[in-house]
Design a protein around this ligand. Structure first.
Ligand code: GDP
Ligand code: MN
Length: 422
């Protein structure tokens, strides 16, 4: 299936499952320290800092980069926001700490290897494999700045708010009138006028306005030249010595640009992604992990959507969106089945195949082959229809597997929901 169609379907798939913060593989997300380095290369002011993955590395950074520092900012590096207000599973509060320099190693040690849970990670949290050690700046003002792509204006849009620090959702609720949006003409680029509007919206208290305009232009240049889908700096801060500085960095990139952004795409960190999606991407399956209890294996994106809807209609929730596509191999079906069965939350599996280009017997062989490799602990409901359906049904029957067969989509969904709750 074409990526474009998937893109359109994804947002609906997510709303079906009531999960909006879900991270997709279709755009690259990089760590804050990597984003800061990239911004630095584009002439954007960022705090001095370095990442460390062990206490040994923390010691080295402190010795080489910060020999005379009094205080440090120690920031957990995970691919999710809300770290400041997050809590570690160990009980430690806050994924971002400002500490006296002699406490740096201690706090870094309490973060490294630990699981941080924030508003955006989901309850399972994300592991902190690196900390970002930054100079402590005295921030006198925190603002919000973002560039993203806007459907209405069909181009880049800059979003700015003179109050920042907390999430944009909270800002939008508390200060709706303070948020300004400046659409940029993608062909003409950012004008002085645009940059001025943005700076007016940011309303810096001490920083030089001309210098601020230059920073906004550089941020826009970075956004365009590296095919960003999102560049969010929260907070964009002012220091007591009147500098404008990007004190956080969230950068996402368009996966379709990976061929020309090799260096950036090499930064991808699969340890931070949904392991089910990483496995699915490897097997070249169109898969999106969700929160429900019914694993779905379907061919065709439209049928996959319909299957998810009908599961909902019968009172269940899908555990995933999965379109095995029109020409999936038996091996891909096996991989798909492995992903579904490795998910603890899955209480039943619904296979819904309408054989057209995809043949029912290939799906059936894949299921039988997969069942031999993984121990099947949950009931499987199968509905097959279309090309080679009789062969498919015979393969399933002769395998001796305990399967629940269904006549049509409605019947299949009803049986899957029932099987998942018994
Ligand atoms: P997030 O919670 O994941 O968005 O993490 P941030 O990088 O935004 O850090 C959380 C908060 O820590 C920020 O909103 C700032 O208030 C504070 N912070 C981050 N860096 C610095 C710094 O260099 N100096 C000071 N004083 N505060 C900082
Ligand atoms: Mn932030």
């Amino acid at each position: 299936m074409a990526r474009g169609l998937l893109g359109k379907l994804v947002s609906r798939a997510l709303s079906v499952a009531g999960k909006s913060q879900h991270q997709q593989l279709r755009r690259l997300n990089i760590h804050e320290y990597q984003g800061a380095e990239l911004m630095g290369k584009f002439g954007i002011n960022v705090p001095k800092g370095a990442a460390a993955g062990s206490i040994e590395e923390v010691k080295n950074v402190m010795k080489n980069m910060f020999p005379n520092e009094k205080e440090m900012v120690v920031k957990s590096q995970i691919l999710a926001g809300g770290r400041g207000l997050g809590t570690f599973q160990s009980g430690l509060k806050g994924g971002v700490h400002i500490v006296k320099v002699e406490e740096t190693e201690d706090i870094a040690g309490k973060m490294l290897g630990q699981i941080l849970v924030t508003k955006q990670t989901g309850p399972q949290g994300k592991v902190v494999s690196k900390v970002y050690l930054c100079e402590k700046l005295s921030l006198v003002n925190e603002m919000y700045f973002a560039i993203t792509l806007d459907r209405t204006t069909a181009g880049p849009i800059i979003i700015a708010c003179k109050k920042g620090g907390t999430s944009i959702e909270d800002l939008a609720e508390k200060f709706p009138d303070m948020i300004i949006k400046v659409p940029i003409d993608v062909f003409n680029g950012i004008s002085d006028d645009d940059a001025e509007k943005v700076v007016n919206g940011l309303a810096p208290k001490v920083a030089d306005r001309k210098a601020a305009m230059e920073q906004v232009k550089k941020l826009y240049k970075l956004f365009c030249e590296t095919d960003c889908t999102l560049l969010e700096i929260n907070p964009l801060a002012e220091t007591s010595d009147s500098q404008l500085i990007a004190a956080d960095a969230k950068l996402n990139f368009d996966d379709n640009a990976s061929f020309r952004l090799k260096d950036i795409f090499a930064l991808r960190d699969p340890t931070q992604e949904d392991p089910r999606e990483v496995a699915a991407a490897k097997a070249d399956l169109n898969y999106i992990g969700l929160d429900g209890e019914i694993g779905c294996m379907v061919n065709g994106a439209g049928l996959a959507m319909a299957t998810m809807d009908i599961i909902k209609l019968h009172g269940g929730t899908p555990a995933n969106f999965l379109d095995v596509g029109g020409n999936a191999s038996e091996q891909q079906v096996v991989e798909a089945f492995k992903i579904l069965t490795s998910d603890d939350k899955v209480k039943a599996i619904l296979v819904n195949i309408f054989g057209g280009i995809m043949k029912c017997d290939v799906i059936a062989s894949g299921i039988v082959y997969a069942a031999k490799q993984v121990s099947l602990k949950v009931p499987v409901v199968v509905r097959l229809e279309g090309t080679n359906v009789d062969q498919g049904k015979r393969i399933l029957k002769e395998s001796g597997m305990t399967l629940i067969t269904a006549e049509d989509l409605d019947d299949a969904a009803e049986k899957a929901v029932k099987a998942s709750s018994s």
